[in-house]
Design a protein. Structure first.
Length: 245
């Protein structure tokens, strides 16, 4: 009886974890370059079920001990490419490619190519992180607040008045999310990156899919909750019946 309560409780915990992931995906449905996350589950442990037999206990089957998170993953597929017409916007066209930026925590990587010219004249993200060139240095445009004369081309070159002032550092490798649409990991330079100037990559979150999944998870959570209540009531009845004997 308690085994059933434990299994249902583990199911509720697993569903609550996945609900948090789905909620975060939905919160970033309009975040440039965001990659949706997911969880994979597996049985905690399979245990043999036995019954008395003429020659001793006989295995009649097995039963799971509840669900547990087996893997956390991020879907790397490229989101929808949207034309903005902004000469400092750039979209990465291949999955697994990232742009290097300078943050207070060191070099981080992002798929968000919505660049601007920062007040100090450096090319950077709208969060204030400076874009890095192929040598790992911030790219200085020399034109603070001037959007009209700076552009980025399809090879990642940053041009001011058609003169190259830097080359965006595009990398690939094994990365993990660190929050604020940034990633960290072991980066290797990409020899021939594919970029789309004047465009941005949207989030790869399918809002309808995530809403359907959220509704399903809430129903599963409620079903497990009722299962715990029912088994608790049955356990109480069993204890009372034993006490009356």
């Amino acid at each position: 009886m308690t085994r059933g309560i434990e299994a249902a409780t583990r199911g509720m915990k697993s569903q609550a974890l996945l609900l948090d992931v789905v909620a975060n995906n939905l919160a970033n449905v309009n975040t440039t370059g965001f990659k949706r996350d997911g969880l994979a589950f597996a049985d905690l442990m399979m245990k043999d079920v036995t019954l008395p037999g003429p020659n001793g206990p006989e295995v009649v089957g097995s039963i799971g001990q509840g669900a547990q998170v087996a893997d956390e993953y991020t879907v790397a597929e490229v989101g929808a490419i949207v034309t903005t017409g902004n000469p400092l916007d750039v979209a990465l066209l291949k999955p697994g490619h990232y742009l290097a930026v300078e943050t207070p925590q060191g070099t981080r990587y992002t798929r968000d190519g919505s660049f601007t010219i920062l007040p100090d004249g450096y090319l950077g993200t709208r969060q204030g992180h400076k874009a890095l060139d192929a040598t790992g240095r911030p790219i200085f445009t020399g034109r603070p607040g001037d959007f009209d004369r700076a552009t980025i081309d399809s090879s990642g070159r940053v041009l001011v008045d058609e003169v190259e002032v830097g080359l965006l550092q595009v990398v690939e490798g094994a990365f993990r999310k660190v929050g604020h649409n940034l990633w960290e990991g072991n980066a290797q330079p990409v020899a021939t990156p594919e970029l789309a100037p004047g465009q941005l990559e949207g989030s790869n979150v399918d809002a309808v899919r995530e809403m359907v999944l959220m509704t399903s998870l809430m129903r599963q959570f409620e079903a497990n909750q009722k299962a715990v209540q029912t088994q608790d009531e049955l356990l109480g009845q069993l204890v009372r019946s034993l006490a009356e004997r």
